[in-house]
Design a binder for this molecule. Structure first.
Ligand SMILES: Cc1cc2nc3c(=O)[nH]c(=O)nc-3n(C[C@H](O)[C@H](O)[C@H](O)COP(=O)(O)O)c2cc1C
Length: 204
């Protein structure tokens, strides 16, 4: 059974273009995958805390020695990894904020990357352990930054996914959304078209 994991990170709630585009992709993939399942995580409504010293200590503590508070921290972090482990296709919906990813998405990656669980160190360097999954990043922006040096979002997401073993990544851009009604409508139309063909291709 195919399981899609959709991670939303916009702070614009029901008005978020990234969420709407990711919803469209999830629906299109599901319609081609009878019995498929969709799991959603909204990082704005349920943000993961910053990875701080207390959380790092909890993750490092042997299971038998964890306090109740540390056990709760580990359970929260375990759930992030388990959701990805259970997924065959990961959809990340991410607006650009200050030339990078929403900080909630950064925090999600900080919880996903765990030595010995989602990656491991070998004599030849780091090796991702979450291989065999596909990912699509749907990214929205007020301006136009695709393939330009100031775009710190796409390279970051690509690097983090590859680090945990997910190298099959496609990116759908909706750019120029703050440049006026006509450019916005055109960009969203283009993104919707890309999503529909991506879903047909990915499900084939
Ligand atoms: C805090 C904040 C920072 C932003 N920073 C950028 C930026 O660096 N570059 C850009 O092009 N747009 C920036 N934007 C605009 C958003 O990327 C744009 O509104 C996008 O369409 C939001 O997507 P959403 O509808 O999925 O939330 C920013 C918006 C906010 C709220």
């Amino acid at each position: 059974m195919n399981t899609i994991l959709q991670i939303n990170s916009s702070l614009s709630g029901e008005h978020a273009a990234s969420t709407a585009l990711a919803d469209r992709l999830a629906a299109a993939l599901l319609s081609r995958s009878p019995g498929g399942k969709l799991v959603r995580r909204n990082l704005d409504r349920q943000p993961l805390p910053h990875l701080d010293a207390a959380r790092l200590a909890a993750l490092a503590a042997p299971a038998a020695e964890r306090s109740a508070e540390q056990a709760a921290i580990v359970a929260e972090a375990d759930a992030v990894i388990a959701e990805v482990q259970a997924a065959s296709h990961l959809i990340l919906a991410a607006p650009m904020y200050n030339f990078s990813a929403p900080s909630t998405l950064k925090s999600w990656f900080d919880h996903l990357a765990r030595a010995g669980v989602s990656f491991r160190y070998t004599a030849n360097g780091a090796e991702g352990l979450l291989t065999g999954r596909r990912a699509t990043l749907v990214t929205t922006r007020g301006g136009v930054h695709r393939d330009r040096p100031q775009d710190h979002l796409v390279p970051y997401v690509r690097t983090m996914l590859a680090f945990v073993g997910i190298t099959d990544l496609e990116v759908v851009y909706a750019e120029g959304l703050a440049l006026g009604a006509a450019p916005r409508d055109a960009a969203l139309d283009r993104a919707r078209g890309e999503i529909d063909s991506l879903a047909a291709r990915r499900a084939a």
